[in-house]
Design a protein around this ligand. Structure first.
Ligand code: NAP
Length: 383
Protein backbone atom coordinates (compact mmCIF):
# COMPACT_ATOMS: atom_id res chain seq x y z
CA UNK A 1 0.00 0.00 0.00
CA UNK A 2 1.57 3.28 -1.11
CA UNK A 3 0.89 6.27 1.15
CA UNK A 4 0.21 9.37 -0.93
CA UNK A 5 0.41 13.12 -0.40
CA UNK A 6 -1.53 14.89 -3.18
CA UNK A 7 -0.68 18.55 -3.82
CA UNK A 8 -3.38 20.34 -5.83
CA UNK A 9 -6.22 17.91 -5.06
CA UNK A 10 -8.87 20.41 -6.20
CA UNK A 11 -7.46 20.80 -9.73
CA UNK A 12 -7.91 18.90 -12.96
CA UNK A 13 -4.94 16.53 -12.44
CA UNK A 14 -5.69 16.33 -8.70
CA UNK A 15 -9.26 15.12 -9.27
CA UNK A 16 -8.14 12.59 -11.86
CA UNK A 17 -5.47 11.31 -9.45
CA UNK A 18 -8.25 10.72 -6.92
CA UNK A 19 -10.20 8.77 -9.58
CA UNK A 20 -7.18 6.53 -10.17
CA UNK A 21 -6.63 6.01 -6.43
CA UNK A 22 -10.29 5.11 -5.88
CA UNK A 23 -10.11 2.52 -8.66
CA UNK A 24 -7.02 0.98 -7.06
CA UNK A 25 -7.90 1.17 -3.36
CA UNK A 26 -5.82 -1.90 -2.54
CA UNK A 27 -2.63 -0.13 -3.68
CA UNK A 28 -2.99 3.52 -2.64
CA UNK A 29 -4.08 5.45 0.42
CA UNK A 30 -4.41 9.22 0.74
CA UNK A 31 -2.60 10.51 3.86
CA UNK A 32 -2.46 14.23 3.15
CA UNK A 33 -3.43 16.71 0.47
CA UNK A 34 -3.62 20.39 -0.43
CA UNK A 35 -6.21 22.60 -2.08
CA UNK A 36 -5.99 26.22 -3.16
CA UNK A 37 -9.15 28.34 -3.23
CA UNK A 38 -11.53 25.51 -4.11
CA UNK A 39 -12.18 23.91 -0.70
CA UNK A 40 -15.43 22.11 -1.57
CA UNK A 41 -13.77 18.76 -2.21
CA UNK A 42 -12.32 18.54 1.33
CA UNK A 43 -15.28 16.83 3.02
CA UNK A 44 -15.80 14.24 0.32
CA UNK A 45 -12.08 13.40 0.24
CA UNK A 46 -12.04 12.88 4.02
CA UNK A 47 -15.07 10.63 3.66
CA UNK A 48 -13.47 8.58 0.88
CA UNK A 49 -10.05 8.35 2.53
CA UNK A 50 -10.48 8.03 6.33
CA UNK A 51 -6.69 7.87 6.99
CA UNK A 52 -6.13 11.50 5.96
CA UNK A 53 -3.99 13.14 8.66
CA UNK A 54 -3.22 16.62 7.30
CA UNK A 55 -4.72 19.09 4.83
CA UNK A 56 -3.28 22.33 3.50
CA UNK A 57 -5.60 25.14 2.43
CA UNK A 58 -4.12 28.15 0.64
CA UNK A 59 -5.88 30.81 2.73
CA UNK A 60 -5.44 31.00 6.50
CA UNK A 61 -8.96 32.33 7.11
CA UNK A 62 -10.61 29.08 6.01
CA UNK A 63 -8.66 26.93 8.49
CA UNK A 64 -10.78 27.47 11.63
CA UNK A 65 -14.00 26.29 10.07
CA UNK A 66 -12.50 22.99 8.95
CA UNK A 67 -10.38 22.49 12.07
CA UNK A 68 -13.54 22.67 14.21
CA UNK A 69 -15.39 20.31 11.89
CA UNK A 70 -12.54 17.75 11.78
CA UNK A 71 -10.60 18.06 15.07
CA UNK A 72 -8.55 14.88 14.43
CA UNK A 73 -7.03 16.23 11.22
CA UNK A 74 -4.28 18.83 11.17
CA UNK A 75 -5.19 21.84 8.98
CA UNK A 76 -2.31 24.00 7.75
CA UNK A 77 -2.08 26.84 5.23
CA UNK A 78 0.03 28.70 2.67
CA UNK A 79 3.35 27.73 1.10
CA UNK A 80 4.65 26.45 4.48
CA UNK A 81 1.57 24.28 4.76
CA UNK A 82 2.45 22.55 1.48
CA UNK A 83 5.64 21.34 3.17
CA UNK A 84 3.80 20.26 6.30
CA UNK A 85 1.53 17.92 4.34
CA UNK A 86 4.64 16.43 2.70
CA UNK A 87 6.07 15.93 6.22
CA UNK A 88 3.42 13.31 7.00
CA UNK A 89 4.39 9.65 6.84
CA UNK A 90 4.06 9.29 3.03
CA UNK A 91 5.90 7.35 0.31
CA UNK A 92 4.95 9.43 -2.72
CA UNK A 93 4.11 13.06 -3.40
CA UNK A 94 1.87 13.68 -6.40
CA UNK A 95 2.58 17.25 -7.45
CA UNK A 96 -0.49 18.52 -9.32
CA UNK A 97 0.03 22.18 -8.43
CA UNK A 98 0.06 24.72 -11.25
CA UNK A 99 2.86 27.26 -11.67
CA UNK A 100 6.00 28.31 -9.79
CA UNK A 101 4.49 27.34 -6.44
CA UNK A 102 5.15 23.69 -7.41
CA UNK A 103 8.95 24.05 -7.50
CA UNK A 104 9.87 24.17 -3.81
CA UNK A 105 7.62 21.25 -2.77
CA UNK A 106 9.36 19.18 -5.49
CA UNK A 107 12.82 20.07 -4.16
CA UNK A 108 11.66 19.50 -0.58
CA UNK A 109 10.17 16.07 -1.39
CA UNK A 110 13.30 14.90 -3.18
CA UNK A 111 15.51 16.08 -0.30
CA UNK A 112 13.34 13.90 1.95
CA UNK A 113 14.09 10.99 -0.39
CA UNK A 114 10.47 10.67 -1.46
CA UNK A 115 9.08 9.52 -4.78
CA UNK A 116 7.60 12.40 -6.78
CA UNK A 117 4.95 11.92 -9.46
CA UNK A 118 5.23 15.23 -11.27
CA UNK A 119 2.48 16.95 -13.26
CA UNK A 120 3.81 20.41 -12.38
CA UNK A 121 6.01 20.95 -15.45
CA UNK A 122 6.86 24.48 -14.29
CA UNK A 123 9.07 22.93 -11.58
CA UNK A 124 11.40 21.55 -14.26
CA UNK A 125 11.20 24.62 -16.49
CA UNK A 126 12.28 26.85 -13.61
CA UNK A 127 14.39 24.54 -11.47
CA UNK A 128 15.39 21.64 -13.74
CA UNK A 129 19.06 21.94 -12.81
CA UNK A 130 18.38 21.84 -9.06
CA UNK A 131 15.97 18.92 -9.43
CA UNK A 132 18.43 16.92 -11.56
CA UNK A 133 21.33 17.66 -9.20
CA UNK A 134 19.28 16.15 -6.36
CA UNK A 135 18.30 13.11 -8.41
CA UNK A 136 21.90 12.61 -9.56
CA UNK A 137 23.06 12.75 -5.93
CA UNK A 138 20.65 9.91 -5.21
CA UNK A 139 17.87 11.87 -3.52
CA UNK A 140 14.37 10.53 -4.22
CA UNK A 141 12.86 9.47 -7.52
CA UNK A 142 10.81 11.35 -10.08
CA UNK A 143 8.20 10.09 -12.55
CA UNK A 144 6.47 12.27 -15.16
CA UNK A 145 2.70 12.57 -15.36
CA UNK A 146 2.58 14.77 -18.46
CA UNK A 147 1.19 12.53 -21.22
CA UNK A 148 3.96 13.26 -23.75
CA UNK A 149 6.72 12.48 -21.26
CA UNK A 150 4.91 9.43 -19.98
CA UNK A 151 4.76 8.25 -23.60
CA UNK A 152 8.47 8.87 -24.20
CA UNK A 153 9.36 7.12 -20.96
CA UNK A 154 7.32 4.08 -21.99
CA UNK A 155 9.04 3.93 -25.41
CA UNK A 156 12.50 4.30 -23.86
CA UNK A 157 11.75 1.62 -21.27
CA UNK A 158 11.04 -0.79 -24.12
CA UNK A 159 14.08 0.20 -26.23
CA UNK A 160 16.45 3.09 -25.58
CA UNK A 161 19.23 2.05 -27.99
CA UNK A 162 20.15 3.89 -31.22
CA UNK A 163 17.77 6.80 -30.72
CA UNK A 164 17.80 9.45 -33.45
CA UNK A 165 15.41 11.81 -31.64
CA UNK A 166 12.35 12.01 -29.45
CA UNK A 167 9.23 13.70 -30.81
CA UNK A 168 6.51 15.37 -28.76
CA UNK A 169 3.11 15.51 -30.39
CA UNK A 170 1.05 18.71 -30.15
CA UNK A 171 -2.59 19.39 -30.85
CA UNK A 172 -1.81 23.02 -31.68
CA UNK A 173 -4.35 24.26 -29.11
CA UNK A 174 -7.56 26.20 -29.67
CA UNK A 175 -6.12 28.33 -32.50
CA UNK A 176 -4.42 25.68 -34.57
CA UNK A 177 -6.48 26.54 -37.65
CA UNK A 178 -5.72 30.28 -37.45
CA UNK A 179 -2.82 32.16 -39.04
CA UNK A 180 -0.75 34.55 -36.89
CA UNK A 181 -2.63 37.51 -38.45
CA UNK A 182 -5.90 36.00 -37.25
CA UNK A 183 -4.59 35.77 -33.67
CA UNK A 184 -4.67 39.53 -33.13
CA UNK A 185 -8.21 39.73 -31.77
CA UNK A 186 -8.81 36.31 -30.20
CA UNK A 187 -10.38 36.32 -26.71
CA UNK A 188 -9.73 34.30 -23.53
CA UNK A 189 -13.08 32.61 -24.04
CA UNK A 190 -11.95 31.40 -27.50
CA UNK A 191 -8.58 30.30 -26.12
CA UNK A 192 -10.17 28.19 -23.38
CA UNK A 193 -11.86 25.93 -25.95
CA UNK A 194 -9.19 23.24 -26.29
CA UNK A 195 -9.96 20.88 -29.19
CA UNK A 196 -9.00 17.58 -27.54
CA UNK A 197 -8.22 17.91 -23.78
CA UNK A 198 -10.18 19.26 -20.80
CA UNK A 199 -7.66 20.89 -18.43
CA UNK A 200 -7.11 23.76 -15.99
CA UNK A 201 -7.33 27.32 -17.42
CA UNK A 202 -3.62 28.16 -17.28
CA UNK A 203 -2.42 25.13 -19.22
CA UNK A 204 -5.24 25.57 -21.75
CA UNK A 205 -3.98 29.08 -22.55
CA UNK A 206 -0.41 27.73 -22.60
CA UNK A 207 -1.56 25.24 -25.25
CA UNK A 208 -3.07 28.01 -27.38
CA UNK A 209 0.17 30.05 -27.25
CA UNK A 210 2.37 26.90 -27.58
CA UNK A 211 4.17 27.96 -24.41
CA UNK A 212 3.02 24.57 -23.13
CA UNK A 213 4.94 22.74 -25.87
CA UNK A 214 7.91 24.98 -25.24
CA UNK A 215 7.74 24.02 -21.54
CA UNK A 216 7.42 20.36 -22.52
CA UNK A 217 10.59 20.49 -24.61
CA UNK A 218 12.44 21.86 -21.57
CA UNK A 219 10.78 19.22 -19.38
CA UNK A 220 11.85 16.48 -21.83
CA UNK A 221 15.40 17.83 -21.86
CA UNK A 222 15.69 17.55 -18.07
CA UNK A 223 13.88 14.22 -17.83
CA UNK A 224 15.62 12.38 -20.67
CA UNK A 225 18.82 14.37 -21.17
CA UNK A 226 18.47 15.09 -24.92
CA UNK A 227 19.75 18.37 -26.42
CA UNK A 228 17.28 20.81 -28.03
CA UNK A 229 17.94 19.61 -31.60
CA UNK A 230 17.12 15.99 -30.65
CA UNK A 231 13.65 16.93 -29.38
CA UNK A 232 11.14 17.41 -32.19
CA UNK A 233 7.50 18.48 -32.39
CA UNK A 234 4.84 16.98 -34.66
CA UNK A 235 1.38 18.46 -34.91
CA UNK A 236 -1.23 15.75 -34.51
CA UNK A 237 -4.95 16.54 -34.73
CA UNK A 238 -6.53 13.79 -32.65
CA UNK A 239 -4.19 13.69 -29.57
CA UNK A 240 -4.22 9.88 -29.71
CA UNK A 241 -0.51 9.49 -30.40
CA UNK A 242 0.96 10.87 -27.18
CA UNK A 243 4.56 11.13 -28.47
CA UNK A 244 7.16 8.85 -30.02
CA UNK A 245 10.83 8.06 -30.46
CA UNK A 246 12.61 7.78 -33.80
CA UNK A 247 15.43 5.24 -34.08
CA UNK A 248 18.54 5.65 -36.23
CA UNK A 249 17.18 3.12 -38.78
CA UNK A 250 14.12 5.35 -39.30
CA UNK A 251 11.62 3.16 -37.44
CA UNK A 252 9.46 4.73 -34.76
CA UNK A 253 8.00 3.59 -31.45
CA UNK A 254 4.77 5.29 -30.41
CA UNK A 255 2.42 5.41 -27.47
CA UNK A 256 -1.16 5.41 -28.75
CA UNK A 257 -4.34 5.70 -26.67
CA UNK A 258 -7.41 7.72 -25.78
CA UNK A 259 -6.55 11.23 -24.54
CA UNK A 260 -7.26 10.57 -20.84
CA UNK A 261 -4.80 11.84 -18.21
CA UNK A 262 -5.82 9.00 -15.87
CA UNK A 263 -3.59 6.70 -17.94
CA UNK A 264 -0.30 8.56 -17.39
CA UNK A 265 -1.32 9.33 -13.79
CA UNK A 266 -1.86 5.62 -13.14
CA UNK A 267 1.49 4.76 -14.66
CA UNK A 268 3.31 7.34 -12.51
CA UNK A 269 1.54 6.13 -9.35
CA UNK A 270 2.77 2.62 -10.14
CA UNK A 271 6.25 3.99 -10.97
CA UNK A 272 5.85 2.48 -14.47
CA UNK A 273 5.88 -1.01 -12.89
CA UNK A 274 2.71 -2.09 -14.65
CA UNK A 275 1.94 -3.44 -18.09
CA UNK A 276 1.73 -1.08 -21.05
CA UNK A 277 1.94 -1.28 -24.82
CA UNK A 278 3.86 0.66 -27.45
CA UNK A 279 3.54 0.38 -31.23
CA UNK A 280 6.29 0.40 -33.89
CA UNK A 281 5.88 1.68 -37.45
CA UNK A 282 8.11 2.59 -40.37
CA UNK A 283 6.09 5.64 -41.36
CA UNK A 284 3.44 7.71 -39.55
CA UNK A 285 0.95 7.28 -42.42
CA UNK A 286 0.81 3.58 -41.54
CA UNK A 287 -1.41 4.59 -38.61
CA UNK A 288 -4.73 4.84 -40.38
CA UNK A 289 -7.21 7.54 -39.37
CA UNK A 290 -4.78 9.88 -37.61
CA UNK A 291 -3.49 13.16 -39.03
CA UNK A 292 -0.01 14.61 -38.61
CA UNK A 293 1.45 17.93 -39.82
CA UNK A 294 4.96 19.37 -39.77
CA UNK A 295 5.63 21.95 -37.11
CA UNK A 296 6.37 25.50 -38.32
CA UNK A 297 8.47 27.57 -35.90
CA UNK A 298 7.41 30.80 -37.68
CA UNK A 299 3.79 30.11 -36.73
CA UNK A 300 4.75 29.36 -33.11
CA UNK A 301 7.92 31.40 -32.37
CA UNK A 302 7.54 30.90 -28.59
CA UNK A 303 9.14 27.50 -29.07
CA UNK A 304 12.44 29.39 -29.61
CA UNK A 305 12.33 30.21 -25.88
CA UNK A 306 12.81 26.50 -25.13
CA UNK A 307 16.06 26.61 -27.11
CA UNK A 308 17.23 29.65 -25.11
CA UNK A 309 16.42 27.94 -21.79
CA UNK A 310 18.02 24.61 -22.70
CA UNK A 311 21.17 26.09 -24.21
CA UNK A 312 21.75 28.77 -21.54
CA UNK A 313 20.03 27.31 -18.47
CA UNK A 314 20.60 29.41 -15.32
CA UNK A 315 17.73 31.82 -14.70
CA UNK A 316 16.22 31.83 -18.20
CA UNK A 317 13.60 29.23 -17.21
CA UNK A 318 12.55 31.30 -14.19
CA UNK A 319 12.12 34.41 -16.36
CA UNK A 320 10.23 32.49 -19.05
CA UNK A 321 7.83 31.02 -16.52
CA UNK A 322 7.22 34.14 -14.39
CA UNK A 323 6.67 36.38 -17.42
CA UNK A 324 4.25 33.80 -18.82
CA UNK A 325 2.31 33.38 -15.56
CA UNK A 326 1.73 37.14 -15.24
CA UNK A 327 0.91 37.57 -18.93
CA UNK A 328 -1.52 34.63 -19.02
CA UNK A 329 -3.32 35.98 -15.99
CA UNK A 330 -3.55 39.43 -17.59
CA UNK A 331 -4.88 37.92 -20.82
CA UNK A 332 -7.50 35.92 -18.91
CA UNK A 333 -8.53 39.19 -17.21
CA UNK A 334 -8.85 40.95 -20.59
CA UNK A 335 -5.98 43.34 -19.73
CA UNK A 336 -3.77 42.47 -22.71
CA UNK A 337 -4.33 40.87 -26.13
CA UNK A 338 -3.31 37.28 -26.89
CA UNK A 339 -0.12 38.08 -28.81
CA UNK A 340 1.09 40.31 -25.97
CA UNK A 341 1.82 37.16 -23.97
CA UNK A 342 4.75 36.23 -26.18
CA UNK A 343 5.86 39.86 -26.54
CA UNK A 344 6.12 40.22 -22.76
CA UNK A 345 8.05 36.94 -22.44
CA UNK A 346 10.36 37.89 -25.30
CA UNK A 347 11.15 41.31 -23.87
CA UNK A 348 11.91 39.98 -20.37
CA UNK A 349 13.94 37.00 -21.64
CA UNK A 350 16.12 39.42 -23.63
CA UNK A 351 16.74 41.47 -20.47
CA UNK A 352 17.78 38.46 -18.36
CA UNK A 353 21.27 38.79 -16.91
CA UNK A 354 21.87 35.10 -16.59
CA UNK A 355 23.08 33.52 -13.35
CA UNK A 356 24.70 30.12 -13.90
CA UNK A 357 23.61 27.31 -11.57
CA UNK A 358 21.33 29.53 -9.48
CA UNK A 359 20.31 28.52 -5.96
CA UNK A 360 16.63 28.25 -5.12
CA UNK A 361 16.88 31.63 -3.34
CA UNK A 362 18.32 33.27 -6.48
CA UNK A 363 15.54 31.74 -8.57
CA UNK A 364 12.97 33.04 -6.10
CA UNK A 365 14.39 36.55 -6.42
CA UNK A 366 14.40 36.40 -10.25
CA UNK A 367 10.82 35.13 -10.15
CA UNK A 368 9.81 38.08 -7.95
CA UNK A 369 11.58 40.70 -10.10
CA UNK A 370 10.26 39.24 -13.36
CA UNK A 371 6.70 39.26 -12.03
CA UNK A 372 7.15 42.91 -11.05
CA UNK A 373 8.50 43.83 -14.51
CA UNK A 374 5.80 41.84 -16.29
CA UNK A 375 3.08 43.47 -14.18
CA UNK A 376 4.52 46.87 -15.10
CA UNK A 377 4.38 45.95 -18.80
CA UNK A 378 0.78 44.84 -18.41
CA UNK A 379 -0.13 48.11 -16.66
CA UNK A 380 1.40 50.22 -19.40
CA UNK A 381 0.34 48.01 -22.30
CA UNK A 382 0.09 50.24 -25.42
CA UNK A 383 -0.95 53.28 -23.38
N1 NAP B 1 -4.85 19.25 -16.69
C1 NAP B 1 -4.16 18.47 -17.48
O1 NAP B 1 -4.73 17.67 -18.24
C2 NAP B 1 -2.65 18.50 -17.47
C3 NAP B 1 -1.94 17.67 -18.35
C4 NAP B 1 -0.55 17.66 -18.30
C5 NAP B 1 0.12 18.46 -17.38
N2 NAP B 1 -0.59 19.28 -16.55
C6 NAP B 1 0.15 20.12 -15.59
O2 NAP B 1 -0.32 19.78 -14.29
C7 NAP B 1 -0.29 20.92 -13.44
C8 NAP B 1 -1.71 21.11 -12.89
O3 NAP B 1 -2.57 21.43 -13.96
P1 NAP B 1 -4.15 21.45 -13.80
O4 NAP B 1 -4.69 21.57 -15.17
O5 NAP B 1 -4.58 20.34 -12.93
O6 NAP B 1 -4.36 22.86 -13.06
P2 NAP B 1 -5.60 23.33 -12.19
O7 NAP B 1 -6.82 22.60 -12.58
O8 NAP B 1 -5.59 24.81 -12.25
O9 NAP B 1 -5.19 22.86 -10.71
C9 NAP B 1 -4.08 23.40 -10.05
C10 NAP B 1 -4.08 23.04 -8.59
O10 NAP B 1 -3.08 23.83 -7.90
C11 NAP B 1 -3.72 24.56 -6.83
N3 NAP B 1 -3.02 25.84 -6.67
C12 NAP B 1 -2.88 26.80 -7.61
N4 NAP B 1 -2.15 27.83 -7.10
C13 NAP B 1 -1.84 27.50 -5.82
C14 NAP B 1 -1.12 28.15 -4.78
N5 NAP B 1 -0.56 29.36 -4.95
N6 NAP B 1 -0.99 27.50 -3.58
C15 NAP B 1 -1.54 26.28 -3.41
N7 NAP B 1 -2.25 25.62 -4.35
C16 NAP B 1 -2.39 26.22 -5.55
C17 NAP B 1 -5.15 24.73 -7.29
O11 NAP B 1 -6.00 25.03 -6.20
P3 NAP B 1 -7.48 25.70 -6.41
O12 NAP B 1 -7.94 25.34 -7.76
O13 NAP B 1 -8.25 25.09 -5.28
O14 NAP B 1 -7.27 27.19 -6.23
C18 NAP B 1 -5.41 23.34 -7.87
O15 NAP B 1 -5.61 22.40 -6.85
C19 NAP B 1 0.18 22.08 -14.31
O16 NAP B 1 1.55 22.25 -14.15
C20 NAP B 1 -0.11 21.62 -15.73
O17 NAP B 1 0.76 22.20 -16.67
C21 NAP B 1 -1.95 19.32 -16.58
Amino acid sequence: MKKICLLGASGSIGKQTIDVMKKNRQDFDLISFSVGKRTRCISSLIKSFPNVKAICIKDKNKINYYQKKYPDISFVYGDEGLLKVIDQDVDMVVNALVGFVGLYPTIYSLKKNLIVALANKEALVVGGEIVNDLLNQGFGKLYPIDSEHSAIKKCLLVDDQNIEKIVLTASGGAFRKLSREELVNVTPEDALKHPTWKMGNKITIDCATMVNKSFEIIEAHYLFNYPYDKIGIKLHDESYVHSYVVYKDGTMRLDIGKPDMRNPIRLALYEFNTSFKTVTVNRLDQIVGYHFHDFDINRYPVVNFAKTVIENKGTYGAVFNAANEVAVNAFLNHQIPFLAIEEIIDCLMKKNKNINHPTYEQILEIDRKTRQNAAEMVKNWRK
